[in-house]
Design a protein around this ligand. Structure first.
Ligand code: ZN
Length: 183
């Protein structure tokens, strides 16, 4: 019995997740089209603009990409599977709910977020003046320090998608029982 348990621990077969990995990387991507007359939320920060991001929930493209990156890192189901756009209960939902669920699953899998990097691609508004606020908000949601959240913004040169916002996110998780390397 003990031998089988040990073997399961080594292969990660018990949970279906290779939990012996010290580090796990996750990638998330999302896009939403701009729509007039709705609030613009990016990283749970309301930005002053005459358009917002449409779609189900509150359209927070950055939080959606972070949520998928977290879920991907633990080989979990994606955001659309957990919170189907067809389900009316997620209409206009605060995307923090999605992020918190992903974080709960990361914790349950025995991992903690080390750092995150992101790139936003949108024509307007300018993200620069709000970048520090967004980074601090995301860091707060993930319970990591602000200098562990990267945020770059680019305009969609040559992509012909001026009416959409795109977010790319990578996260790095570390096994909670593993001792962090001295930095
Ligand atoms: Zn989305």
């Amino acid at each position: 019995m003990a031998k089988a348990k040990e073997k399961a621990k080594k292969t990660g077969k018990k949970s279906g997740l290779a939990t012996d990995l010290e580090l796990r990387i996750g990638f998330g991507w999302d896009s939403h089209a701009f729509k007039a007359g709705i609030p613009l939320l990016i990283g749970s920060v309301k930005l002053p603009y005459d358009k917002g991001l449409g779609g189900h929930s509150d359209g927070d493209v950055l939080l959606h990409a972070i949520t998928d990156a977290l879920l991907g890192a633990i080989a979990g189901p994606d955001i659309g599977t957990l919170f189907p756009p067809s389900d009316p209960q997620w209409k206009g939902a605060d995307s923090v709910v999605f992020l918190k669920e992903a974080l709960k699953r990361v914790t349950a899998a025995g991992y903690a977020v080390e750092n995150l990097d992101s790139t936003l691609i949108l024509n307007a508004p300018k993200i620069g003046p709000h970048a520090a606020t967004i980074r601090a908000r995301v860091a707060g949601l993930l319970a990591i320090s602000g200098n562990c959240v990267g945020l770059k913004a680019k305009t969609p040169e040559g992509l012909n998608n001026d009416n959409a916002a795109v977010a790319h996110v990578v996260v790095l998780l570390r096994k909670r029982s593993a001792k962090p390397r001295s930095r």
